[in-house]
Design a protein around this ligand. Structure first.
Ligand code: TYD
Ligand code: MG
Length: 467
C-alpha cells in the first residue's frame, strides 16, 4: 500500500505535486490543500459487480457496436417512467436502468423532496422492487417524517440508510441489490482511500467516480445530490459534471413556490429541457401548463408589457416581459435589468432610440422578466423592444398579442427558430394575434385561428402600437 500526497486547489480542482501560494489555473490565493491518497487495489466495487453478475445482471466489457444484449433484444431496457411527466421529459423520456444522474441545487430548494418522490414514482409506476435511499445529512427519523408528510406509499420497497462512509454503502448495496441507489448528498460522503475531509475536491471526485463505476458495472441507477455552494470551502457539483451521464439543476426562489428543473448535460437525451414544478404542502407537483402559470398574474392592457413565446429545450413557454420608465434624478440615467442580460437590453434600447425615434434620455429604465425566468434567446428581442417602447410612449399593448423576432442593429427583424411551435402555443392559450418576422409569415400561417401580422423593421412598431 502506497500513500501519495498531492495538493489540490479547492476552488477549481487543479492538482500540483507541491504546495503553491497561488493556483496557476484559476488564480485563487491560498486555495491549495494537501490531500493524501492511498493507492491500493480496491476490491469493493468488483465484489459488488460479481454479486450482481451472479444474479444475472451486469454487463461484459467487450461487445460489437451492432450487438445487442439479451435485455435489449427483449426490449426490456430503456426507460422507466418516474410517474412525473415533467421529470421524465427532463431525463429524456424516463430513467435509464444504469443511468447516473447528478442533481444540483441550492440547499433547501427541494432536492431531497424530489428524490423521495422519485423513489415512490419508480416503485409505483415502473415496477422497481427495491430503492436504497442513503442520507449523509439527515437521520432516518427525519427522512421518515418527511416521507410521512409527503404521504409516500410503497414503504416496503424503499430502504433507508444513514451513512457517510462509501465503503459501508457499497456493502449494503451488495447485500440488498437495489435497482435504484439515491445518495444524498455528495458532499457528505467519503471514501477511506483518500485521507482528506468529506466535501474536498478529491473526495468529491473519488466518491463520484466510484459510484459511476458501481452504476455501470452492477447495472443500477444512481442518483446523486450535490449542493451548490457559494463559498469555495466545499466542492460543488460542477467539479464532477464530466463524470456522470446526466446533470440536472434544480432552481427557484426559495420565497416562491415555482421550481425549475433543467437538464444541463444528458447522454440519453436533449439538454436544455425544462421541467416545471410547484412546491406545495404535499411536496412537489407537476405544472403541466407553465405558460398559463407565467401569465396568470398579467393585467389586461397594461403599459410596458409584452408577451413572447420563448423556447426552453423543445418546449415553448409564454412569458411576460416588463419595462418601466421614470424620469431620472441623476445625470446618468439608470438601466436595471432582471432576467435578461443588461448588455442586451442596452443594445435593444439603442436600436429603439436610433430607428424608432423614442428617446430614453433623462429616463431610468427598469426591465424585468415576470415569473423569475432568465431569458437569453434572440427571439425575445422584438417583445423586449415593444415593452420598452410601450413604457416610454405610454401606449398599452393588447394583452392577447404575442411578439416574435430577433432585432438586428439596423432595426431589421430576423427569423426565429421553430416558429410553428411558438405560434401554436400562443393559439392554445387563447392569444388572438402573433406579430412575426416578415420572412416567416407563411410558416407562421400554418396555425389557424390566430391572426398573423408580419413585421420587417422595428420602425413599424410605431403604427402597430398606436392603433
Ligand atoms: P428539501 O427537499 O429538504 O431541500 P434540499 O434537499 O434541496 O436541501 O426541501 C426543503 C424545503 O422544502 C423546506 O424548507 C420545506 C419545503 N417543503 C415543502 O414546502 N413541502 C414539503 O412537502 C416538503 C417535504 C418540504
Ligand atoms: Mg436535502
Amino acid at each position: 500500500m502506497k500513500i501519495k500526497s498531492q495538493y489540490t486547489c479547492q476552488s477549481c480542482g487543479f492538482n500540483a505535486a507541491k504546495w503553491m501560494g497561488k493556483c496557476p489555473e484559476c488564480g485563487a490565493w491560498n486555495s491549495l490543500v494537501e490531500e493524501k491518497i492511498t493507492q491500493s487495489k480496491d476490491s469493493s466495487i468488483s465484489a459488488v459487480r460479481e454479486s450482481f453478475q451472479a444474479k444475472g445482471a451486469g454487463t461484459s466489457n467487450l461487445v460489437l457496436l451492432g450487438e445487442m444484449s439479451e435485455e435489449q433484444k427483449a426490449g426490456a431496457k430503456h426507460r422507466n417512467s418516474t410517474g412525473s411527466p415533467e421529470l421524465d421529459r427532463v431525463l429524456g423520456g424516463g430513467l435509464v436502468r444504469d443511468g447516473f444522474v447528478l442533481i444540483g441545487g441550492d440547499p433547501g430548494i427541494g432536492k431531497s423532496t424530489l428524490l423521495l418522490q422519485v423513489a415512490q414514482g419508480l416503485t409505483e409506476n415502473a415496477g422497481v422492487k427495491k430503492v436504497l435511499y442513503v442520507s449523509g445529512e439527515e437521520s432516518i427519523e427525519q427522512i421518515q417524517s418527511r416521507a410521512k408528510r409527503l404521504r409516500i406509499k410503497n414503504q416496503s420497497s424503499i430502504y433507508l440508510a444513514a451513512e457517510t462512509q462509501l465503503e459501508k454503502v457499497l456493502t449494503i448495496v451488495k447485500d440488498l441489490k437495489p435497482e435504484l441507489l439515491i445518495m444524498d448528498s455528495l458532499q457528505t460522503f467519503s471514501t477511506g482511500f483518500i485521507e482528506s475531509a468529506p466535501g474536498t475536491v478529491s473526495q468529491v471526485r473519488e466518491v463520484t467516480s466510484r459510484l459511476m463505476n458501481l452504476a455501470k458495472s452492477a447495472g443500477i441507477a444512481v442518483w446523486l445530490v450535490g449542493h451548490v455552494t457559494k463559498d469555495g470551502s466545499i466542492a460543488g457539483p460542477k467539479i464532477v459534471e464530466h463524470l456522470v451521464d446526466t446533470v440536472l439543476y434544480f432552481e427557484g426562489d426559495s420565497g416562491q413556490t415555482m421550481r425549475l428543473l433543467r437538464t444541463v448535460k444528458n447522454r440519453f437525451g436533449n439538454t436544455n429541457e425544462l421541467g416545471v414544478f410547484e412546491m406545495t404542502a404535499d411536496g412537489l407537483i407537476d405544472v403541466a401548463n407553465p405558460s398559463a402559470l407565467f401569465l396568470s398574474e398579467r393585467t389586461e392592457q397594461a403599459m410596458g408589457t409584452a408577451i413572447v413565446a420563448t423556447l426552453e429545450g423543445s418546449r415553448p413557454l409564454l412569458v411576460e416581459l416588463q419595462a418601466l420608465c421614470v424620469p431620472s434624478p441623476y445625470g446618468t440615467p439608470r438601466r436595471t435589468s432582471v432576467g435578461m442580460d443588461s448588455q442586451k437590453v442596452a443594445i435593444l434600447t439603442a436600436v429603439l432610440e436610433k430607428h424608432v425615434g423614442a428617446s430614453l434620455q433623462n429616463q431610468d429604465l427598469f426591465f424585468n422578466v415576470a415569473g423569475g425566468l432568465r431569458l437569453s434567446e434572440p427571439a425575445c428581442d422584438l417583445a423586449s423592444v415593444a415593452a420598452i417602447y410601450s413604457a416610454i410612449r405610454e401606449v398599452p399593448i393588447d394583452s392577447s398579442t404575442m411578439f416574435l423576432g430577433e432585432v438586428g442593429l439596423t432595426g431589421e427583424i430576423r427569423k426565429v427558430t421553430q416558429i410553428e411551435l411558438r405560434v401554436d402555443e400562443a393559439k392554445k392559450l387563447g392569444f388572438k394575434e402573433a406579430i412575426v418576422p416578415h420572412s416567416q409569415l407563411e410558416r407562421a400561417k400554418k396555425t389557424s385561428g390566430i391572426k398573423i401580422t408580419p413585421i420587417a423593421h422595428v420602425n413599424e412598431l410605431k403604427n402597430m402600437l398606436r392603433s
